[in-house]
Design a protein around this ligand. Structure first.
Ligand SMILES: Nc1ncnc2c1ncn2[C@@H]1O[C@H](COP(=O)(O)OP(=O)(O)OP(=O)(O)O)[C@@H](O)[C@H]1O
Length: 394
């Protein structure tokens, strides 16, 4: 048995995963094998984190606390410790381990290994030094460090990471919880997509998965919230929200500028229609902004958050747009309101009217029905937890 297969099997055995359909791709597993040292002895993690000392705590997420640690060889790590009380967390935790064991990309956080010690379950990641994008953008006085070049590079990096998840990894992975707090920045400001607790793996040959709505308020695509239609376009929507947040410095979920707009998306769209989209730009970008690029990114962001998922570009298209000089892009239609029905009145003639069931031949673009049925108002959806999150499927 190859080292990598052993690693995956070990994870499955340790955390009690059922084996996946269709078997594993040997080549992918070889890549995983390239990483050494997958199983961490508990004592190593105790020593690295000074016995999980509170001063080493980086933060706390849905699973429980995350600690910073240093291995004997000098490598810095982040250790995610599953809180023993959380059943919900356990499921997401396993999901994260299983999915991350399959992916390796510069813009996706690297899982170094895992540890199971009695009831303790821990995941070990590369330490990402600059913390999460939301802390930098919304919660610190360090926002000015994010000049335009950095923000543009972050947008491009996240786009490449998402493209990899959607199209280039062995299976199509829909992250489902793309948001600023799930983007970690390393010491060179390279963005890493993190937190795969909500992510869904879609084998090529599967067309349907019954899923419950899970995600974070302010980022979730309307067709997903209202009808449970899950496709890669839900991630594209969340990506678009994040692009507009990065450019404006405003959080969509708590948008409260004294302007005639209900949300950041609405505000950006209204200004765009008046030819004044640059007014949404964070004033701290004034000296570093490349006007044409900013305008292009706003337009691209608006294309991503369009109410109709079929009109949103794929991540492949987004990456192409970003790699070219600003050129003519199509006109965005009205943005979707996260948590409400999208309007169909702006649909161009000739496009099918069924949300998320585009005629694209790529099975990755297909939508997935949900066991969650909304009744037309957001109040029908499951309650949000204290972090603005909907629970994952039970
Ligand atoms: N690899 C890492 N390197 C550095 N910091 C990390 C790393 N992973 C997580 N963190 C930090 O640990 C904290 C908790 O992360 P975690 O992914 O568990 O939850 P979250 O994304 O903040 O919340 P939620 O689970 O609700 O999405 C975050 O503040 C994040 O900045």
């Amino acid at each position: 048995m190859t080292k990598s297969k052993k690693f995956l099997n070990n994870i499955i055995k340790t955390f009690g995963f059922s084996s996946s359909k269709g078997g594993q791709n040997e080549e992918d597993l070889e890549k995983i094998a390239a990483q050494e040292q997958k199983v961490f002895p508990f004592e190593t993690l105790v020593a690295a984190t000074k016995n999980f000392h509170s001063t080493h705590e980086l933060g706390r997420g849905g699973f429980g606390p995350v600690y910073k640690g240093k291995l004997e060889d000098g490598r810095e790590i982040a250790v995610k410790k599953l809180s023993q009380s959380s059943n919900q967390g356990k499921k997401e935790f396993m999901n994260e381990a299983k999915l991350l064991a399959r992916v390796q990309h510069r813009n996706v956080v690297n899982l170094l290994g895992y540890c199971a010690h009695g009831v303790e379950k821990l995941l070990v990641y590369e330490y990402v030094a600059n913390e999460s994008l939301d802390k930098l953008l919304f919660k610190s006085n360090r926002r000015e460090e994010l000049d335009w070049k950095r923000r543009y590079d972050i947008i491009c990096g996240i786009a490449r990471g998402l493209l990899y998840l959607h199209e280039d990894s062995h299976n199509c992975i829909i992250h489902r919880d793309i948001k600023a707090s799930n983007i970690l920045l390393d010491d060179k400001w390279v963005p890493k997509i993190a937190d795969f607790g909500m992510a869904r793996l879609f084998p090529e040959d599967e067309t349907h998965v019954n899923t419950r709505v899970a995600g974070t308020n302010g980022y979730m695509a309307p067709e997903y919230v209202m009808h449970g239609h899950l496709s890669v376009k839900a991630d594209v929507f969340s990506f678009g929200v994040m692009v507009l947040e990065l450019i404006s410095g405003h959080r969509n979920s708590s948008f409260n500028l004294n302007v005639d707009a209900q949300s950041l998306l609405d505000w950006a769209y209204k200004l765009y229609k008046k030819g004044k989209s640059s007014e949404i730009m964070d004033p701290t970008l004034a000296s570093s902004a490349v006007t044409e690029q900013v305008a292009m990114c706003i337009q691209m962001g608006l294309l991503c958050v369009q109410g109709d998922p079929q009109l949103r570009p794929t991540m492949h298209r987004v990456v192409v747009i970003l790699s070219k000089k600003p050129s003519n892009l199509e006109e965005p239609t009205r943005p979707g309101v996260p948590g409400s029905r999208y309007r169909r009145s702006h649909r161009p003639v000739g496009l099918s009217s069924t949300a998320g069931t585009s005629g694209e031949s790529n099975s990755r673009s297909r939508a997935f029905d949900s066991s969650f049925t909304a009744t037309g108002t957001t109040s029908a959806a499951p309650e949000l937890d204290d972090r603005g999150k909907r629970p994952a499927e039970s």
